[in-house]
Design a protein around this ligand. Structure first.
Ligand SMILES: *Cc1c(COP(=O)(O)O)cnc(C)c1O
Length: 201
């Protein structure tokens, strides 16, 4: 749907946190097109060199974003998957306009309502999407979630899919090394794979 996200689905996002630049370079050389990093600081040390060597790669932020890192995140990433509150939506929209950058966004949903996890609670999703679209001027293309570690992920994927349909969004970022097959059955358009792709970190 977006020019940033062509090609067949689901797309494989290599979750490269904890991996050295040399591994990312090797993966890009083998044809991996999408990379996901969790921390802006770590990404800043690897992604500019990766993009310089492989300009076609698409870089995703898949970890939590603080508003004081929004400028750096907008400069580094093509896709920010972790919009989870109005302040972050505002900061990303502001920086994208200021930098003249096109950044695709997804809203992270805390489907398990875990206190320590990022993402908006499902009941607050409607308000956040309205804020993105009507106030911030961001048009999120989809939803992202990380289900609770020790639960059956299927109901979480089903909920994310249902919410995306309800709000008219086409992209679903769900599924990691341990549960990507289930996520694909529930309609994932992005899977984020770390250890099964790169080995232990
Ligand atoms: C680390 C991480 C992944 C990849 O996890 P693996 O289990 O190593 O595949 C996916 N998504 C997010 C948000 C992550 O932090």
């Amino acid at each position: 749907m977006s020019r940033l996200m062509p090609g067949p689905r689901p797309r494989l996002v290599g979750a490269s946190k904890g991996q050295p630049l040399s591994i990312l370079m090797e993966a890009a050389g083998l044809g991996l097109a999408d990379f996901g990093e969790n921390r802006v600081q770590e990404a800043a040390g690897k992604l500019p060199a990766l993009k310089a060597a492989h300009p076609q790669v698409i870089l995703h932020l898949i970890g939590p974003l603080q508003s004081n890192k929004a400028a750096e995140a907008v400069a580094l990433f093509d896709v920010i998957q972790t919009i989870d509150r109005p302040k972050i939506a505002d900061a990303v929209a502001h920086e994208a306009a200021k930098q003249g950058r096109t950044v695709a966004t997804l809203v992270q949903v805390n489907t398990g309502e875990e206190a320590q996890k990022g993402g908006v609670a499902p009941r607050e999703l409607g308000g956040l999407i309205r804020h993105c679209r009507e106030v911030a001027g961001l048009d999120p293309v989809g939803l992202m979630a990380v289900p609770p570690a020790h639960e059956n992920p299927a109901p979480h994927f089903a909920l994310l899919k249902q919410l995306a349909e309800e709000y008219g969004m086409g992209e679903l970022s769900m599924g990691m090394s341990g549960d990507f097959a289930t996520a694909i059955r529930f309609g994932a358009t992005y899977v984020r794979i770390g250890t099964r792709l790169f080995g232990p970190r």
